[in-house]
Design a protein around this ligand. Structure first.
Ligand SMILES: [Zn+2]
Ligand SMILES: [Zn+2]
Length: 312
């Protein structure tokens, strides 16, 4: 045990709320157990949603919450997943940063952390080395347990050398609470401003904070992680991959195309996850639009041999 270890806890754990580079030494036996102190903000965000009872609701607050869900889901699927994790297209450093920033506002940590764990998932899906497998770890763990453990707080930079060379991305990863905090303050400010200039909208700082930040973020979170949990349990298996991935229309609608998860595990190198015309993939349509506007380029389509193997 290193000198000072006893004093370092819980101080260092608390420091990790704001600076993820602060290391915490834990015994091997605790590596895979939930660190409840470190996880307290995650739990608190769920409880904060209950404040809807006190702050009430208005169409404008619901609209902002919905718009932030849509924008941030697109940033997660289009960029955290299809760009940072799988490199299925190219973009400029500015656009890369803007979508890393929007992704960071989702409170799903920074792009390096997200991509490093996701690459590991593909490499060893549904084996004991998979960070989140319903088959190996159980359904609930694959949904909400795995990322609250000391082992999975860390980012293995050897898995993301292509991303780690950008200091601005490393900064977002290190201070992953900064952007969410800014969004929360902005939501409060927007609500307070609207209350002053347009009282007929019936909103307030507190109401916009609860709906625009807390509710929107928590719904976004649970929608995202259905792909780790439900999309490895329920749906159709078009391809006989080694993992348990499934294609599921409902999850594809909820997550803007990520529900075609069996397609994706069979061929992760495509920017598109709905392989048939009827497989709704909102992220793919959004990326096509961005390509038309010159914001991204080199979108990778589904190769003919992959389609030929699909059958139906
Ligand atoms: Zn998967
Ligand atoms: Zn993937």
């Amino acid at each position: 045990m290193p000198a000072g270890h006893g004093r370092s806890w819980p101080g260092r754990t608390l420091r990790r709320w704001v600076d993820t580079s602060a290391t915490v030494q834990v015994d091997e036996g605790r590596e895979d157990r939930i660190d409840w102190l470190r996880a307290a903000p995650f739990v608190a965000m769920h409880l904060a949603c209950l404040a809807v009872i006190g702050v009430g609701v208005s169409p404008v607050a619901l609209g902002v919450a919905g718009a932030l869900y849509a924008l941030r889901m697109f940033a997660l699927t289009g960029f955290y997943h299809r760009y940072f994790s799988h490199r299925t297209f190219q973009t400029s450093r500015a656009v890369q940063f803007v979508f890393a920033l929007i992704g960071a506002s989702c409170v799903q940590r920074g792009p390096l952390w997200w991509a490093a764990h996701h690459r590991q998932h593909h490499r060893v899906a549904d084996t004991p080395a998979d960070p989140h497998s319903p088959r190996v770890h159980g359904f609930l763990w694959s949904h909400v347990g795995w990322f609250l453990t000391p082992r999975n707080f860390r980012t293995d930079l050897t898995r993301v050398p292509d991303l780690a060379k950008y200091p601005e991305l490393r900064w977002l990863d290190r201070f992953d609470i900064a952007v969410p905090l800014l969004l929360a303050v902005a939501m409060y400010g927007l609500g307070a401003l609207l209350q002053q200039v347009a009282p007929q909208l019936g909103t307030s700082g507190g109401q916009m904070l609860v709906w625009g930040f807390f509710v929107s973020t928590i719904v976004l979170f649970h929608a995202t992680v259905t792909i780790n949990s439900l999309a490895h349990r329920f749906g159709r298996r078009r391809y006989a991959t080694k993992d348990d991935s499934r294609n599921n229309l409902w999850l594809a609608l909820l997550t803007f195309g990520e529900g075609w998860h069996n397609n994706h595990h069979f061929f992760p190198g495509s920017s598109r996850q709905g392989f048939r015309w009827w497989e709704v993939d909102m992220t793919w349509y959004g990326l096509k639009l961005m390509a038309m506007l010159g914001l991204v380029r080199g979108l990778k389509p589904v190769p003919a041999w992959v389609l030929a193997r699909a059958g139906s």
